[in-house]
Design a binder for this molecule. Structure first.
Ligand code: GDP
Length: 534
C-alpha cells in the first residue's frame, strides 16, 4: 500500500482513492502512447495498440473523423477510467491542437491535476508551454514525464533547467536516467531507491525492478557498467545538492513538479509515474461555486457539465454531456435537479468511460466523470444537484479571435442552418452571433481549423453544404452595464450589435480602436472578452 499525503480532511475511502487528471503535451511527445500504457497497466486493455485500433474503427465512420485522422489531431475529448493498485484513475483526454484551446481550457476545469509529457530531445515546446499556463491559472498540480529517453536526448540537467526557467516551477527529480539513446539502460528511482531496468526485447513487458540500498550498493555494479555507474553517482549527487528535494505539499500547491524519465513506447517508467500520480497527485478537490463552494465529501451529489458532444453516434442524434462529479455518491436512476432550468431529471442511463468502451454506470463518486445522454437540455457550465441552487463557477467562454459569416449553400435551408449552428454553439464548438442589422449569422472561433471542422460537420450531420465568407468584424465582446446605459449604447451602435446563442448582447468589433472608443465614450458600459458559462 502506498501512503497518500492527506491534503484534505479525511475523505470517504472511495473518494480518497480517486485521481482525476489530464495529460498536457505538444503533439508527438507521446501522449497517445502513454495513455495506452496507462490502460495496459490499468488492466483495461490486454495489449497496447487497442486504443488506436478502436479509435480508427470509429473514425472511418465519418469524413469529420477522417479529417481528424488526416491531420493527425484529436478533436474530441473523452474520458477513461481504470484502476491501478488501490487507486481509481480518471484520465480526461484533452484535444491537442492549439486551435481548440477553449475546449482544452474547459477540460482542465474538470481535473485535479495534469501530467505534462515532454520529449527528451525537444524539451518544453510551444503547446506544452501554452497548456501549462492554463494549468497555472488554477494552480493545478503538475507531474512531469520526460519521454523518449531511448532516443538521443538532451542532458538531464539541461532538461530540468529548461522547465524551471521556461515554466517558472521548481523541478525535483523523482528518477534519474542512466545513459540515453542506444545506451539507455533505465533509471535510478530516487524516491524509492530502486534500480529500474528497461526490457528492450518486449515493449509491453514490465521492466525489471531491483531494490537497492543507496547508490553505494554493490548490487549496482552487477547491473550497470562502471563508466555509466560513475556518471550516475556523480549526477545524482549533484542533483541532490543543486535541485530541491521533493516537497509533497509544494507539489499539491502547483509550485513544484516531480519529473520521471522514461520511454512510453517501451513501457519504461510508466508504472513509476502511475505510482507517483497515486502517491503525490491530489485527491478530488473542493469545487468553487456560488453561493458556496462544494466539498467532495458532502453526502449530496453534485456535478457540472464541462463538455457536450453531439452526434457521437450519427445513427442516433444523441448528445452526451460529460459531467464531473463534484461531491457525493451517485447511483444510477437518481433524480438530479438541473439548476439552470430548476427541472428534475432522472439519470437512468449514465455512461462510465471504462477504457475505450462506453459502459453503463451503476455508481460513481466525487471525482469521477460520467456521461449523461440527453436531447440538448444539458449545456456546458450547467450544474446538477440534489436540489440546492448551486452553480459551479470558473468555466469561462472566451471571445473568439476569428469571425466569418456563414450561409447555407441552399438559401431555402436557412432555418436548418440556424438549428445546426445553435447545436454546435451549445456544444461549445463555436460562437454564433446574430447581428442586429442584416441577415445571416456570424460564427466565431479561436482557431481557423475550427471553421473547417464546423463546415464538414454541418454538411455531414445535417446534410447542409455551407459557405463561410469573410466578415467585416474580427472579434466580439460581451456587453455589461446599467440597463439604460446599455440601451443607449445599443441604439447608437446598432451596426455593431448582435446577440450570442444564449441571447446575450455582444459588441462586434473591427479593430482594437472600436474597443478603445467605447471605453472612452461610454464609461458606464463594460466590454468583456470572457463570459462565465452558467
Ligand atoms: P502524441 O501526438 O503526443 O499522442 O504522440 P504519440 O503517442 O502518437 O507518439 C508520437 C510518435 O512518437 C509515435 O510515432 C510514437 O511511436 C513515438 N513514441 C512515443 N513514445 C516513444 C518513446 O518512448 N520512444 C520513441 N523512440 N518513440 C516514441
Amino acid at each position: 500500500m502506498l501512503d497518500t499525503p492527506t491534503n484534505r480532511p479525511a475523505l470517504p475511502p472511495e473518494i480518497a482513492r480517486r485521481r482525476t487528471f489530464a495529460i498536457i503535451s505538444h503533439p508527438d511527445a507521446g501522449k497517445t502512447t502513454l495513455t495506452e500504457k496507462f490502460l495496459l497497466y490499468g488492466g483495461a486493455i490486454q495489449m497496447a495498440g487497442q486504443v488506436r485500433a478502436k479509435g480508427e474503427a470509429r473514425r472511418t465512420r465519418s469524413d469529420f473523423m477522417q479529417m481528424e485522422k488526416d491531420r493527425g489531431i484529436s478533436v474530441s475529448a473523452s474520458a477513461m477510467s481504470f484502476d491501478f493498485k488501490n487507486f481509481r484513475f480518471n484520465l480526461v483526454d484533452t484535444p491537442g491542437h492549439s486551435d481548440f484551446s477553449e475546449d482544452t481550457y474547459r477540460t482542465l476545469t474538470a481535473v485535479d491535476a495534469a501530467v505534462m509529457v515532454i520529449d527528451g530531445a525537444k524539451g518544453v515546446e510551444s503547446q506544452t508551454q501554452k497548456l501549462f499556463e492554463v494549468c497555472r491559472l488554477r494552480d493545478l498540480p503538475i507531474l512531469t514525464f520526460c519521454n523518449k529517453m531511448d532516443r538521443e536526448s538532451r542532458d538531464t540537467f539541461e532538461i530540468i533547467d529548461e522547465i524551471q526557467e521556461n515554466l517558472a516551477i521548481d523541478v525535483t527529480p523523482a528518477s534519474w536516467p542512466i545513459g540515453m539513446g542506444r545506451d539507455f539502460l533505465g533509471c535510478y528511482d530516487i524516491l524509492r531507491d530502486r534500480l529500474e531496468l528497461m526490457d528492450r526485447a518486449d515493449r509491453n513487458k514490465v521492466a525489471e525492478s531491483i531494490e537497492i540500498n543507496g547508490l553505494d550498493d554493490p548490487l549496482l555494479d552487477k547491473h550497470v557498467p562502471a563508466e555509466q555507474l560513475a556518471k550516475l553517482r556523480e549526477e545524482v549527487e549533484m542533483a541532490r545538492e543543486l535541485l530541491p528535494a521533493l516537497d509533497p505539499q509544494a507539489v499539491l500547491e502547483g509550485h513544484m513538479t516531480p519529473i520521471w524519465f522514461g520511454s512510453a513506447i517501451n513501457s519504461f517508467g510508466v508504472k513509476e509515474l502511475m505510482n507517483g500520480i497515486g502517491t503525490y497527485g491530489p485527491q478530488p478537490q473542493v469545487q468553487s461555486a456560488t453561493p458556496r463552494a462544494i466539498a467532495p465529501e458532502e453526502t449530496k451529489v453534485s456535478g457540472f457539465v464541462f463538455k457536450v458532444q453531439a452526434n457521437m453516434d450519427p445513427k442516433h442524434r444523441d448528445r452526451v454531456a460529460f459531467v464531473r462529479l463534484a461531491s457525493g455518491h451517485f447511483e444510477r436512476g437518481m433524480k438530479l435537479t438541473h439548476v439552470r432550468s430548476k427541472k428534475q431529471m432522472a439519470v437512468t442511463s449514465p455512461v462510465l468511460f471504462l477504457a475505450a468502451d462506453r459502459e453503463l454506470a451503476e455508481e460513481a463518486w466525487a471525482g469521477d466523470i460520467i456521461g449523461i445522454p440527453n436531447h440538448g437540455q444539458l449545456r456546458i457550465g450547467d450544474t446538477l444537484t440534489e436540489g440546492e441552487a448551486l452553480r459551479v463557477s470558473g468555466i469561462p467562454s472566451f471571445a473568439p479571435e476569428l469571425l466569418q459569416s456563414v450561409r447555407a449553400g441552399d438559401p431555402m435551408k436557412a432555418k436548418h442552418l440556424e438549428k445546426a449552428l445553435m447545436q454546435f454553439a451549445e456544444e461549445g464548438a463555436a460562437k454564433v452571433f446574430k447581428p442586429a442589422f442584416g441577415s445571416g449569422f456570424i460564427v466565431g472561433v479561436v482557431g481557423a481549423l475550427q471553421f473547417e471542422v464546423l463546415g464538414s460537420r454541418i454538411e455531414m450531420e445535417y446534410g447542409l453544404p455551407v459557405r463561410f465568407e469573410p466578415s467585416q468584424f474580427t472579434s466580439a465582446r460581451w456587453v455589461h452595464g446599467p440597463k439604460d446605459k446599455v440601451d443607449a449604447f445599443m441604439t447608437a451602435n446598432k451596426q455593431h450589435i448582435g446577440h450570442d446563442n444564449d441571447g446575450d448582447i455582444v459588441y462586434l468589433t473591427r479593430l482594437q480602436w472600436d474597443i478603445d472608443r467605447v471605453a472612452r465614450d461610454y464609461p458606464d458600459v463594460t466590454l468583456s472578452n470572457t463570459k462565465e458559462m452558467m
